[in-house]
Unconditional design. Structure first.
Length: 206
């Protein structure tokens, strides 16, 4: 555990000065992952948003509040999981006083890949959760899609198997009448994590 914590601290220090792609010019700072160095579950999102970029912590904005509620309903302690993003800088477009989210592209994902691999190697989780399409793109083969594969646990070349689900921001974008249904489906996906990975794979393949 101490080795994992030391490795994460070293990675965090190195990532703070990352200039591997042009996004470091857009963001205020690198937003690295946070959580226990020996977490059983590691969550991967897309990229930091405006609030995450300003505060320097992952999933502390509106999508983070959705994630917090979903984890709680799935009986998962957020403090017991490691949370990070596939891309560590905020890709955005200034519009007046606001900064509008822009989806990172493959080059941004690839530029950050070594940081994500480092986090996975340091934490050594039992299972990884890909929250949305960018995380799926970072962790899994190109033919995997959130719409077709959500709720599945898929082997990954990165090491631990990966549970595919939506990004919590998709729930925010849903219409008011659809939001409760979307939240229940998200919680149902996360609840899979409460079962041992082997048993979950067996139950889904039977």
């Amino acid at each position: 555990m101490a080795g994992g914590a030391a490795a994460l601290a070293e990675l965090r220090r190195a990532a703070a000065g990352c200039t591997d792609c042009e996004l470091y010019r857009e963001g205020t700072q690198t937003v690295f992952g946070e959580g226990p160095a020996a977490a059983r579950i590691l969550l991967v999102g897309e990229q930091p948003g405006d609030r995450e970029d300003r505060e320097g912590h992952p999933f502390v904005g509106p999508a983070g509040r959705i994630l917090d509620r979903a984890l709680d309903r799935a009986s998962i302690d957020r403090d017991a999981v490691y949370i990070t993003n596939a891309v560590k800088h905020f890709h955005n477009e200034p519009r007046g006083k606001k900064r509008i989210h822009r989806k990172p592209n493959l080059s941004h994902v690839r530029a950050c890949e070594h940081w994500l691999r480092g986090e996975l190697a340091a934490v050594r989780p039992e299972i990884v959760v890909a929250l949305g399409a960018t995380a799926v793109q970072a962790l899994l083969p190109r033919d995997v899609r959130v719409t077709a594969d959500r709720g599945r646990i898929i082997p990954s070349e990165f090491g631990p198997p990966v549970l595919v689900t939506v990004h919590p921001s998709s729930i925010l974008r849903a219409s008011e009448e659809d939001r409760a249904v979307a939240m229940r489906a998200f919680v149902r996906d996360l609840a899979i994590l409460s079962r041992p990975v082997g048993a979950t794979n067996a139950s889904r393949s039977s």
